[in-house]
Design a protein around this ligand. Structure first.
Ligand code: F6P
Length: 335
């Protein structure tokens, strides 16, 4: 049943991800198209605490679909984790007359949203919250895909392809650390895409001899003279792995930590389209009074999941993808 929704707040929170702007644009345009006012909350949940907002309209979100980062700025708010911070945020919601908030970010962002909505209910204020998963780590349990992941993978791939040129010329070993926090999705997909010699992810216990040394050995025996090792930041430090390779088999690796470059850049088609669809659907869910929910993806389709349930969901690591990576890496001797 459709609800009377007059005003929606939209914010981005946590680490930025390419495609967040496309999601903000979609939320604003979907709301305005249904005669709902849209208020941009700046600097994540902090903006609700400090009354930091901007009125948004169709024109304010023109020409941002192609931009990385977030025009609303982002932050991780410690104060909002406390009930006192949530009460301040709630006061702003009341002052501005917000009926709902669309929160674009990771599961920390969604936990905050749920806490705020519960606190509002305790105080007799009806506030719907809808979450849109956006993080380059792709580590949100309820959603197969998170906005920003494809762009970040492609950025890392482009960088590593360049590294390979020089590694190949000097017949060297490259050890590259990619982001991902505690997850190895970025490393696995980047590793598959660049044809890595070895990929280290936190989801698999490392057997250094088998996973690194043997892979390099096989590649060398097959005639390869340069080696590309990808390390997920959650699996260890590339510097330490590089040192170990040096100590155990005498190579002289060059270590590169890709770092925050992976968070920037123009979003890819996949991130723009996913963000647009999720933003539109989040507003639709609010209008339909679906309450607290996350707009997620499941096997390529959008699904709306109740937020409490969404926060309990776990995502299995793509072990099949890892097996494919290994099969394609370790078959040199069959040449
Ligand atoms: O969650 C996104 C992410 O880029 C992670 O991959 C990384 O571990 C972390 O954020 C870095 O955070 P910060 O920008 O605070 O250094």
């Amino acid at each position: 049943m459709e609800q009377k929704v007059r005003r929606i707040g939209v914010l981005t929170s946590g680490g930025d991800a390419p495609g967040m702007n496309a999601a903000v644009r979609a939320v604003v345009r979907a709301a305005v198209g249904r005669s709902i006012e849209c208020i941009g909350i700046r600097r994540g949940w902090n903006g609700l605490i400090t009354n930091d907002f901007v009125r948004m309209g169709n024109i304010t979100v023109s020409h941002i679909i192609n931009k990385g980062g977030t025009v609303l700025y982002t932050a991780r708010s410690d104060e909002f984790m406390q009930v006192s911070g949530q009460d301040k945020a709630l006061a702003t919601c009341k002052l501005l007359g917000l009926d709902a908030i669309v929160a674009i970010g990771g599961d920390g962002t969604f936990r905050g949203a749920l806490d705020l909505s519960r606190r509002a209910a305790e105080k007799g204020y009806a506030l719907q919250v809808a979450g849109i998963p956006a993080t380059i780590d792709n580590d949100i349990g309820c959603s197969h895909y998170t906005i920003g992941f494809d762009t970040a993978c492609n950025t890392a791939i482009e960088c590593i392809d360049k590294l390979r040129d020089t590694m190949q010329s000097h017949e060297r070993c490259s050890v590259v650390e990619v982001m991902g926090r505690h997850a190895g999705y970025l490393a696995l997909n980047v590793g598959l895409s660049i044809g890595a010699t070895a990929v280290l992810v936190p989801e698999r216990e490392l057997d250094f001899d088998q996973d690194v040394v043997e892979n390099i050995r096989r590649a060398r025996l097959a005639g390869t003279t340069h080696f590309m090792v990808v390390v997920a930041e959650g699996a260890g430090s590339a510097l330490e792995i590089g040192q170990r390779i040096h100590d155990e088999i005498g190579l002289d690796p060059r270590v590169t930590v890709l770092g925050h470059i992976q968070r920037g850049g123009a979003p890819t088609m996949q991130d723009r389209v996913t963000a647009s669809r999720m933003g539109y659907t989040a507003v639709q869910a609010i209008i339909e009074g679906k309450g607290n929910c996350v707009v997620a993806t499941k096997e390529g389709r959008l699904v709306i999941i109740e937020m409490e349930e969404a926060l309990q969901m776990k995502k299995d690591f793509d072990m099949n993808g890892y097996a494919i990576l290994e099969a394609l890496t370790n078959n040199h001797s069959a040449r």
